[in-house]
Design a protein around this ligand. Structure first.
Ligand SMILES: Nc1ncnc2c1ncn2[C@@H]1O[C@H](COP(=O)(O)OP(=O)(O)OP(=O)(O)O)[C@@H](O)[C@H]1O
Ligand SMILES: [Mg+2]
Length: 367
């Protein structure tokens, strides 16, 4: 997002009551009046970032001074943090769209986590592939693997398990997002891996020098997470068979079992390699593959239960049925229900809005 602003958490009640004070029966009616989409207005009223121009316009329409209600970013990371409430974050209880990076906001996937951590908790580290449709939660799972074992328990929900590894502090994690253009060429990627490992980066940083540095210096368990590997295969000619074969050799022969890969992709890695003209045996080292499906009902109920305003049983049942327990769809429907409760709207109009918001993700539901 370009220049954006959000309402300071302490002013959220003030801006919400300003909607009613100005005679608007609902947030949607106000959105219509101000000529912006309901989601922009909702974001504004919930303290989520909105475009600067829209922020000023909405504030003026509500008779509020935008400078007084705008949130000023705290740059001091030492600033005291309040005890986290039961929800993920005061302003964003439900996250729709972005991958989940805060472990507290991640729900479920117990079965997958157990299997994945089992593969990397002993030497040699073994490799795993996570296959999942678009928007099924692949990136969130990779991020969770990377972060959960070193997140202090006071930053987690009370029931959340974090002791998956015997010595999490020994592990190094490298998250590679192949959608990042800086990582779409060989030297950029190799440099990034070495920098993440705090190893000396040779100049130039070619494959042979990279292999030397890593095989000589890598003595700690290290997991390289490869997100959107399909992009790497399709769009990066420099990441050719020779490159992938070297990575395989590093993992299997040169690092005493200290290096493992976990990749995420919408298709099977071997099929992906073949379909993109790669013959690489790299993809044969992924001995464990898990396919991400919907959450279990119990996991979905836990996510729904994280709402700062509890939902009625009939709402919970409706959300479970309509979402089929897909995390993104659960998050969307919970968000809509919460908006309507916060807005004081009576009735089931939120059903219609919720189903509308699910439409772009119909593919998730088609089994
Ligand atoms: N474990 C989870 N707990 C809570 N919400 C989740 C979880 N996993 C996914 N989500 C929800 O699903 C959305 C999509 O997740 P994510 O971006 O990880 O999926 P993806 O498979 O990587 O998507 P893409 O195919 O676009 O890369 C998130 O914004 C969030 O709303
Ligand atoms: Mg993703």
């Amino acid at each position: 997002m370009g220049r954006s602003l959000r309402v300071s958490p302490g002013c959220i009640e003030q801006v919400k009551s300003a909607v009613r004070r100005n005679g608007f029966p609902s947030q949607s009616a106000f959105a219509q009046e101000v000529g912006l989409s309901p989601s922009t207005v909702k974001s504004f009223l919930r303290g989520n970032p909105v475009d600067y121009i829209n922020f000023v316009e909405i504030s003026e329409k509500l008779g509020l001074d935008w400078q007084t209600i705008a949130y000023i970013e705290q740059t001091d990371s030492q600033s005291p943090q309040p005890n986290p409430p039961q929800t993920c974050d005061e302003t964003s209880p439900f996250i729709t769209g972005n991958p989940i990076t805060n472990p507290r906001c991640f729900f479920g996937r117990e079965k997958e986590l157990k299997r994945l951590f089992n593969l990397i908790k002993r030497q040699p580290l073994q490799n795993a592939a996570i296959i999942g449709k678009k928007r099924s939660g692949k990136t969130s799972l990779l991020q969770y693997l990377k972060n959960i074992t070193t997140t202090p328990i006071e930053k987690l929900r009370p029931s959340q398990k974090s002791d998956w590894l015997p010595h999490p502090e020994n592990y190094r994690w490298i998250f590679v997002d192949f959608q990042d253009s800086r990582l779409q060429n060989r030297e950029g990627l190799l440099r990034y891996i070495l920098e993440s490992l705090k190893m000396i980066v040779p100049n130039p940083c070619g494959l042979d020098r990279f292999m030397d540095v890593v095989s000589y210096n890598l003595h700690q368990p290290t997991v390289i997470l490869l997100d959107e590997i399909g992009v790497g295969l399709q769009r990066c000619p420099e990441l050719d068979d020779g490159f992938w074969e070297s990575l395989r050799s590093l993992a299997t022969n040169q690092t005493n079992g200290n290096l493992g890969f976990v990749l995420a992709t919408p298709e099977s890695p071997i099929e992906l390699a073949t379909s993109t003209g790669h013959s690489s045996p790299f993809f044969n080292i992924f001995g464990y593959t898990t396919t991400l499906g919907a959450m279990t009902e119990a996991e979905a109920r836990e996510l729904i239960g994280s709402s700062p305003i509890p939902f009625a049983d009939e709402d919970i049942e409706w959300i479970l049925t309509q979402s089929k327990c897909w995390p993104l769809l659960l998050q969307i429907l919970c968000r809509e229900r919460l908006f309507s409760l916060e807005d004081g709207v009576i009735g089931d109009d939120w059903h219609e809005e919720g189903l509308e918001q699910l439409k772009p993700f119909a593919e998730l539901q088609s089994i």
